[in-house]
Design a protein around this ligand. Sequence first.
Ligand SMILES: [Zn+2]
Length: 174
Amino acid sequence: MTQVEHLEKIWIPYDILYRTSESLRFYGKRKCEGLVLWLGFTDDKIGHIKKILVPPQDSIRSEDGVGYFVTSETLFSLNKLLSDTGLRLLAQVHSHPGRAYHSAADDRYCIVTAEGGFSIVVPDFGFGPCDLSHWAIYRLIEGVWEKLSPRAVKSIFFIEGKPDYQPKRKKFLF
Ligand SMILES: [Zn+2]
């Protein structure tokens, strides 16, 4: 099993991207941030996102801003699910009311803690385009959440099954 930090490519079904957007919008309609987890398998430096999980969450709205809160019971069930199924937590995705960036709180309370894991921040409560190039993508590198350049995002993430999209697969060994 490949360590998450050694993953060079991540394949995501478009359906999961779309459902992520829809889930974030569900919370966004109530002016709340939402959180979605992407679980998948790893196979020789390639991560395959297979499952979207919208964990039970309390969205917080206060004068200090908005946020989300996941209980320790939820984290416990998540870890049990991962160990029962062999799935890995590859990325977490959460929305912001406006600009997409990793806040100090995001750094501190990230659910993804594995080196090489991804944290994605979606602007405008998810009401913008359902497109990774519009989202801010961070990767945990040597314990620091680093923002990936658009070029890095393009070289790592591949969307499968997008309508009218022909993935260029021949460069890769499948
Ligand atoms: Zn945030």
